[in-house]
Design a binder for this molecule. Structure first.
Ligand code: SAH
Length: 335
């Protein structure tokens, strides 16, 4: 709830507005998951709240820490027993948490472990926030950056994601700046158009993964609904309107989208638009049969893009030993 919503909810329970601010800070700033933890409220008041409502936080079902780097992967259990994943990564600039926006996903990308089980349900804004609080509690750290790149398609849960973005940004809450937030989409064009209107300073990432419709449609069914020309029209418009550089994710699959021709096509596609290309060594998802390109191929692909004048980086892989990639841990746990 926003502070206004909580104020009206607690007013209905007969409580004065200053109580709403206290409770709101416990929930949003400290991220407590029981009323008993709200120590500046009387026992009577805490009992009254516990009778009237519940706090749907994230409980840790499984925590795995990488032995290769400081990455920690969480499998969280929600109030209804559903499981979601988050990944905590440590960078020079602080801790970044990759959060889920849905349980499962309906987009069914060929290479993605999350999509294989379909969509179960969307997360509430509180459940998206709860992942940050739970990670902070577990590791005793502050998260400074958030990426919406976990399970799910953020634009398939637009309203809750927007509500989350506003709450996470609140000064009295976690107060994470929009410039420290990235949102990744598989290319849901109406979502990009709507987000443009919100005029937020966050970074939009677009999972492109192919330079033409022929390849992209075999990897990502969403491309049949919103083909590349339409997607790029929306992206160019977004970049012009917001003056924010879009980050294009490009996972490299051996023999599928990693040829020199693909690199030239990609360079041409993004010519003259505010863009950054992030090449991602693909994580093997056994069922798909897709394999990552070799480090040498990725390097050559990056160099070709650079020669054409594009901004490009190769993503460093973290947590390779803990199934840290999208949906991998949950699938294994359920099996
Ligand atoms: N639905 C959103 C955000 C979640 S997926 C989106 O599609 O962008 C987060 C990122 O992980 C996307 O770029 C997605 O394409 C990528 N991804 C999923 N499975 C992968 C795999 N096996 N290897 C590499 N990247 C993968």
């Amino acid at each position: 709830m926003t502070l206004e919503e909580l104020t009206s909810f607690l007013t209905d329970l007969g409580l004065p507005p200053f109580r709403a601010r206290q409770v709101w800070q416990w929930l949003q700033q400290k991220g407590v998951i029981t009323f008993d933890a709200m120590t500046n409220l009387s026992k009577d008041l805490r009992d009254k709240l516990a009778d009237a409502c519940c706090i749907a936080g994230c409980e840790i079902e499984k925590r795995s820490a990488s032995s290769l780097d400081p990455t920690v992967k969480f499998l969280f259990r929600l109030h209804d027993g559903e499981l979601i994943e988050s990944v905590l990564m440590k960078y020079k600039y602080g801790y970044s948490l990759c959060v889920s926006t849905q349980v499962g996903c309906r987009m069914n990308c060929a290479f993605c472990a999350t999509g294989q089980g379909g969509l179960i349900r969307s997360l509430s804004a509180g459940e998206i926030l709860g992942q940050i609080h739970a990670a902070q509690r577990s590791e005793n750290i502050r998260v400074s950056h958030v990426v919406l790149m976990g399970m799910g398609e953020p634009f398939d849960n637009y309203d809750n994601v927007l509500r989350f973005l506003k709450l996470v940004n609140e000064e009295d809450g976690l107060h994470i700046g929009m410039r420290n937030i990235s949102l990744s989409t598989c290319g849901v064009v109406p979502g990009i158009e709507r987000l443009e209107q919100e005029n937020l300073q966050l970074t939009l990432s677009v999972s492109l993964h192919a330079p033409n419709d022929q390849i992209r449609s075999t990897l990502m069914p969403i491309n049949r609904r919103y083909p590349i020309a339409e997607l790029m029209r929306a992206c160019r418009h977004y970049a012009d309107a917001t003056s924010r550089r879009i980050s294009y994710e490009y996972a490299m699959f051996s023999g599928v989208n990693d040829s020199d021709e693909c690199a030239s096509e990609l360079a041409a596609l993004l010519k003259g638009t505010l863009s950054h290309i992030n090449l991602i060594p693909a994580n093997d998802v056994t069922e798909s049969g897709l394999k990552s390109s070799s480090p040498e191929r990725i390097k050559a692909f990056a160099e070709l893009l650079q020669r054409e004048g594009r901004n490009v980086t190769v993503r460093r892989s973290l947590g390779g030993d803990i199934d840290a990639s999208c949906g991998q841990l949950r699938s294994k746990h359920i099996r």
